[in-house]
Design a protein around this ligand. Structure first.
Ligand SMILES: Cc1cc2nc3c(=O)[nH]c(=O)nc-3n(C[C@H](O)[C@H](O)[C@H](O)COP(=O)(O)OP(=O)(O)OC[C@H]3O[C@@H](n4cnc5c(N)ncnc54)[C@H](O)[C@@H]3O)c2cc1C
Length: 434
C-alpha cells in the first residue's frame, strides 16, 4: 500500500488527462494510472507511412466548446482540409461515380426525411428531461430505415450519407443519431462537417502533450487497473499485478467496453451494469493508405456489411502522393495491413488506383479499448448514461462514452473529465453545491 493520494484517475485518454491536469493544478495530489505505454487512448498520433498520422479520433471543431477551449489555451489551430470533388458510392449492388455535389443532391431529400423529427425529440439538447423520446428511445437506426420504406437504392444512399457512423444499424440506437443532428440545429450536413472534417494542426498528440506538460499529476504508464473499491472512508485501487493504491476519491475514465472486466465496489446501479454488459456496438478499424500520385481528391461510401471499406477519403498530399483514410465497420472483413487486399478493395471503386503502403489500427480488437467511438444502444443515451454521470460514492466516472452533449467524441471526453474534476474538488474541499 502506498500513501494516500487525494485522487486516483484511471485511464489517460482525453477524459483522464483533463481530470488529472485540472485536479493537480488546484493543489491536489493526483496519480494517473494508464494501462498502455502511452497516453491518448482512442486517439493515437503516431509515425506511420513516413509521416505523423492520427490512427484514432481526429476531427474537432470550433463549435465544440470544450476541445476548442483547450486548443486556444495552448495556441493550437486546425489543419485545413483538402476539398473533395469526386464521389464514389455503392448502392443497390453497384458502384456509382459522380461529383460530391451530385451525391449530396441525391442524398439530401432522404436525409431530410430521416432526421425530420430530430429537434422535436431534443428541443433543448443540454436537458434530457426536456426530451420527448418515448416514441424513439427503444428504436434502432434499422427500425427508422425500415419505417421509411425506401427502395434498395435509396436506402443505401441514405446509409452512405451517414457514412461510418452507421456500423451496425440493428444495434445502434436511433436516439443518438437524432440527438447529434439536433445539436447541430437539426442539420445533418452541419453535424458531418463538425464531426469529420477538421483535424488538429500537429495532431491530437500535440494537444495531449500540451495538457500533460501543464499537469502536475504523477503519470504511471503500463499500469492496468483491475478494480476500485469505496469502503465508505476512502478508495482502494487494485492494479492487475495486485498492487494497491489508496486515494480519497477516484475518477474512472475508461471505455465502456473495458468496464465488464473491471470491478467496482459497491456495485453500480442495475441499469448501468446492464449498459456495461450490452457493450458499445461500434467495432471499427481505421486504415491509412499511401496512394501513388496526386490523384483527384475523392470520397467513397458503402453501407456496412456491403463492402469491407465503408468510408474513405483523400485527406492530404505527401511528397507527390495522396494519403487516404479508410474506415471499416468490420475489421475481420479486410486486413488493413495487407497492401494488396486494401488495393483490391479500393479498386472496386477506382479501378487504377495504386496503393503503395498501408497502416491499420483495429480498435475493435485493441486490448485497452475493445471498440470504437461510442454509439448507445436503445435506451442507454437517455437512461443509463446520465445515471453513470452521477458520483457513485467516492467514485466518479468520466469519458466520451457517457458524455452529455459531446457523446462519442474528443469534446465529450474533455467535457466529462473537466466535470469530474470540479465535482471531486468540491467534494474534497467540503464545499456544498446544489
Ligand atoms: C477510429 C476512431 C475514429 C474516431 N474519430 C473521432 C473524431 O474524428 N472526432 C472525435 O471527436 N472523436 C472521434 N473518435 C472518438 C474519440 O476518439 C473518443 O471518443 C475519445 O478519444 C475517448 O476518450 P476517453 O478519454 O473517453 O477514452 P479513451 O481515449 O479510450 O481513454 C481511456 C484510457 O483508459 C485506458 N485503459 C483502458 N483500460 C484500462 C485499465 N484496465 N487500466 C488502466 N487504463 C486503462 C486506455 O488505454 C485509454 O488510454 C474516434 C474513435 C475511433 C476509435
Amino acid at each position: 500500500m502506498t500513501d494516500l493520494y487525494d485522487v486516483a484517475v484511471i485511464g489517460a485518454g482525453f477524459a483522464g488527462v483533463t481530470a488529472a491536469r485540472d485536479l493537480s493544478m488546484t493543489g491536489h495530489s493526483v496519480v494517473l494510472l494508464e494501462g498502455r505505454d502511452r497516453i491518448g487512448g482512442r486517439t493515437w498520433w503516431s509515425k506511420a507511412l513516413g509521416v505523423d498520422l492520427d490512427l484514432g479520433g481526429t476531427y474537432v471543431h470550433w463549435t465544440q466548446a470544450h476541445v476548442w477551449r483547450e486548443l486556444k489555451r495552448y495556441g493550437i489551430g486546425l489543419a485545413t482540409p483538402m476539398p473533395v470533388s469526386k464521389a464514389y458510392w455503392y448502392a443497390d449492388g453497384a458502384v456509382h461515380a459522380g461529383t460530391w455535389e451530385q451525391l449530396h443532391q441525391l442524398a439530401t431529400p432522404l436525409v431530410d426525411r430521416f432526421f425530420a423529427d430530430a429537434r422535436t425529440h431534443f428541443p433543448q439538447v443540454d436537458d434530457l428531461a426536456a426530451a420527448d423520446i418515448g416514441a424513439i428511445d427503444r428504436q434502432t437506426i434499422g427500425d427508422r430505415l425500415d419505417a421509411l420504406e425506401l427502395s434498395a437504392h435509396d436506402r443505401d444512399v441514405l446509409v452512405n450519407a451517414m457514412s461510418i457512423l452507421v456500423c451496425s444499424e440493428r444495434e445502434q440506437g436511433l436516439a443518438q443519431l437524432l440527438f447529434w443532428c439536433a445539436i447541430c440545429f437539426g442539420n445533418w450536413s452541419a453535424f458531418k462537417e463538425i464531426a469529420g472534417h477538421w483535424a488538429i494542426e500537429g495532431g491530437t498528440g500535440r494537444l495531449l502533450d500540451a495538457m500533460s506538460a501543464e499537469s502536475k499529476a504523477e503519470l504511471r504508464l503500463s499500469t492496468p487497473v483491475a478494480a476500485v473499491d469505496d469502503n465508505g472512508h476512502e478508495v482502494t485501487v487494485t492494479l492487475r499485478d495486485g498492487q494497491r493504491i489508496r486515494a480519497r476519491r477516484a475518477v474512472v475514465a475508461l471505455p465502456l467496453n473495458m468496464l465488464s472486466e473491471f470491478s467496482v465496489t459497491p456495485a453500480l446501479p442495475q441499469p448501468v451494469r446492464a449498459m456495461i454488459g450490452q457493450k458499445n456496438p461500434i467495432m471499427p478499424s481505421k486504415i491509412w493508405v499511401r496512394i501513388k500520385g496526386e490523384i483527384e481528391p475523392f470520397v467513397i461510401y458503402a453501407p456496412a456489411g456491403k463492402h469491407p471499406i465503408n468510408t474513405a477519403h483523400a485527406e492530404r498530399r505527401d511528397h507527390g502522393d495522396t494519403l487516404v483514410v479508410c474506415f471499416c465497420s468490420d475489421p475481420s472483413a479486410l486486413d488493413g495491413n495487407d497492401r494488396e487486399a486494401v488495393q483490391q478493395a479500393l479498386r472496386d471503386f477506382i479501378p487504377n488506383i495504386e496503393v503503395l503502403e498501408t497502416v491499420c489500427q483495429d480498435w475493435a480488437n485493441d486490448p485497452f479499448s475493445k471498440g470504437g467511438w461510442m454509439h448507445h444502444r436503445p435506451g442507454n443515451l437517455t437512461q443509463a448514461a446520465p445515471m453513470m454521470r452521477q458520483p457513485h460514492g467516492r467514485i466518479h466516472f468520466a469519458g466520451a462514452d457517457i458524455a452529455p452533449i459531446g457523446v462519442g467524441g474528443i469534446d465529450g471526453a474533455i467535457e466529462t473529465g473537466a466535470k469530474a474534476a470540479v465535482d471531486v474538488a468540491r467534494a474534497l474541499n467540503g464545499a456544498h453545491h446544489p
